[in-house]
Ligand binder design. Structure first.
Ligand SMILES: C=C(OP(=O)(O)O)C(=O)O
Ligand SMILES: [Mg+2]
Length: 575
């Protein structure tokens, strides 16, 4: 009998494959006195040899599929296994204390980790602590004869099953073999879900019990379009999902044809459909999907992917690459949005009760002006290479925007005085993702050049519901009339002042939301690159005039998210 689970549909696509459990096994052991130290040392040596052999394979695979940079970490692990000081100390401990290899390994490893972590003035050595921790786990797994999951070793098609996936785990998944992933926790707007969409890996998150209900190797159907998971499906169920997967693939082929076409409604209104990116590497998918703009460049990933604050030059190069890849097309670069769930290992933030309501984004930038000014200078220098728009995140008050703009103008003047070429056409705008800014959009609109509505946070803050918490994910309600009213007020306020309004939250690529946004007159829609053609295809068959009536009805007459969704589905043939 098959078993059915339901999670949150986080990335489109359907997969049927054996499960690969990405769950850490139990590595606990008892400390024991031993009587034959030589035998124990040779047991350790055997585990060390097996670990080295395994790491070699992992490194080679990682090099092949993920690139030399990503493979570097395994090289570092192998160096630890070859380190005479580390290994020699473990062997001596086995002999001197007459303890089992597990106990000696973990005691010595703890000692090394402590020493490395204490080197607060040497970041490189501090990071080695994490490597020692990882290597220790691997050797322990061999001593205990249990298998450690190694995503880089996956060499056949699988559905990855995990409790949660950090963005760094997600980045390591090899699209060729990982046909989908399903997790116990997380929400649709969590950053691993956003990454799954840009990697085009079907994903279901927040399914609560996948790591306990699914056994390694069991066949799993993961339907990222609906959030359905089927464990041990019957032949009929597999056939049904293969059919659905084929239908989805055929639809993608149809969408492909729209790649070089503009985004136009059936009554001839043109809109801009753009892409959200996290790094210049994402530009290949942006162009492959025919984006008309980059509507959101999340620059915090530049800071997060680095071991130290990225220099002005490193930032300049990244921004320049993106701008040059988008000739004559707007690129909205958002200044650093650190805090909340995004941390920098080299910039400790205060421990907070509510990090999502705490010291983050523009609040940090206005406080740490050294970091902010460096970023603005890099952006200003890059502006000469394209159509740059600068956007400030998490703006709550006009005063914050004015301060940020003033700093921007100061840096611009300094560069110009020094003879550096800077574009004269840089727009400055804000994210509308805090309800206070949405409500006061009419006042903001007099001073900013544009708005981009960040529904991921706007919904989280309006509903007081953590965007990554599956227990309150039912409150992620983009079509709730309360949210629609904030969106409508923002768009109308921008238009009254002759400014443009976009949306870069995940709702901008949602087929139920798009008809409403067309009706409200949203100018720019920015989404995961892989959603662009689907949205363009949808726009093509909708009329702005009809959608106006639909949006008015949703905003003025409806009372719930569900009611609005039903109405839109019916009116646009998406049932
Ligand atoms: C686009 C947004 O920003 P992020 O997802 O990076 O918080 C948003 O909040 O909607
Ligand atoms: Mg946000």
């Amino acid at each position: 009998m098959s078993k059915h689970l339901k999670g949150i549909a986080a990335s489109d696509g359907i997969a049927v494959a054996p499960a690969y459990l990405l769950v850490e096994p139990d590595l606990s052991f008892d400390k024991k006195k031993i009587s034959d130290p030589d035998a124990e040392v040779s047991r350790l040596q055997d585990a060390l040899d097996k670990s080295t052999a395994e790491l070699k394979i992992i490194r080679d695979k990682a090099k092949e599929t993920l690139g030399a940079d990503e493979a570097q970490v395994f090289e570092a692990h192998m160096m630890i296994l070859a380190d005479p000081d580390f290994i020699g100390t473990i062997k001596s401990k086995i002999k001197d204390d007459q303890v089992n290899a597990e106990a000696a390994l973990s005691a010595v490893s703890d000692q090394f980790i402590k020493t490395f972590e204490a080197m607060t003035d040497n970041k490189y050595m501090q990071e080695r602590a994490a490597d020692v921790r990882d290597v220790t786990k691997r050797v322990l797994s061999h001593l205990l004869n249990v298998t450690l999951p190694n995503p880089a070793l996956i060499d056949h098609e699988v559905v990855v099953v995990a409790h949660d996936l950090a963005p760094s785990d997600t980045a390591q998944l090899n699209k060729k073999y990982v046909k989908a992933f399903v997790t116990d926790i997380g929400g649709r707007t969590a950053h691993s879900a956003i990454m799954a969409r840009s990697l085009e890996i079907p994903a279901i998150v927040g399914a609560e019990s996948v790591t306990t209900d699914i056994k390694d190797g069991q066949t799993v159907i993961a339907d990222g379009l609906t959030g359905d998971i089927v464990i041990d499906p019957s032949d009929d169920e597999v056939a049904k999902y293969h059919e659905a997967a084929d239908k989805f693939a055929a639809q993608k082929v149809e969408w492909e044809k729209l790649k070089s076409q503009p985004s136009v409604t059936s009554d001839g209104h043109h809109y801009t459909v753009g892409a959200n990116i996290g790094t210049p590497k994402d530009m290949a998918a942006v162009n492959a999907n025919g984006a008309e703009a980059v509507g959101l460049y999340r620059t915090e990933f530049l800071y997060m992917d680095s071991d130290e604050m990225p220099t002005e030059d490193a930032q300049f190069e990244a921004y320049k690459t993106v701008l040059q890849d988008m000739p004559n097309k707007p690129v909205v670069v958002r200044t650093m949005d650190i805090g909340g769930d995004k941390h920098l290992p080299y910039m400790p933030l205060p421990q907070e009760m509510n990090p999502f309501l705490g010291y983050r984004a523009i609040r940090i930038s206005l406080d740490r002006q050294d970091i902010f000014r460096t970023q603005l200078r890099a952006l200003l220098r890059a502006s000469a290479y394209g159509k740059l728009r600068i956007m400030f995140p998490m703006v709550a008050t006009l005063d914050e925007f004015r301060k940020a703009k003033k700093i921007f103008l100061e840096e611009k003047k300094k560069l110009e005085d020094a003879g550096t070429k800077v574009s004269e056409d840089i727009q400055t705008g804000i994210m509308i993702e805090i309800p206070a800014a949405a409500v006061l959009a009419d006042q903001f609109a007099k001073e900013v050049d544009f708005f981009s509505i960040g529904t991921n946070d706007l919904i989280q803050y309006s509903m007081a519901a953590d965007r990554g918490n599956e227990h309150v994910s039912y409150l992620y309600q983009p079509y709730n009339p309360s949210i629609l009213r904030l969106v409508k007020h923002t768009i109308e306020s921008a238009h009254k002042e002759g400014k443009w309004a976009g949306m870069c939250g995940e709702a901008a690529g949602d087929p139920i939301m798009v008809p409403l946004l067309l009706g409200m007159g949203l100018d720019e829609y920015s989404m995961s690159a892989t959603s662009i053609l689907k949205v363009r295809s949808l726009m093509k068959r909708l009329s702005t005039e009809d959608m106006k009536k639909l949006a008015d009805k949703a905003v003025n007459e409806m009372t719930s998210n569900e009611e609005v969704a039903e109405m839109v589905k019916k009116a646009t043939g998406q049932e």
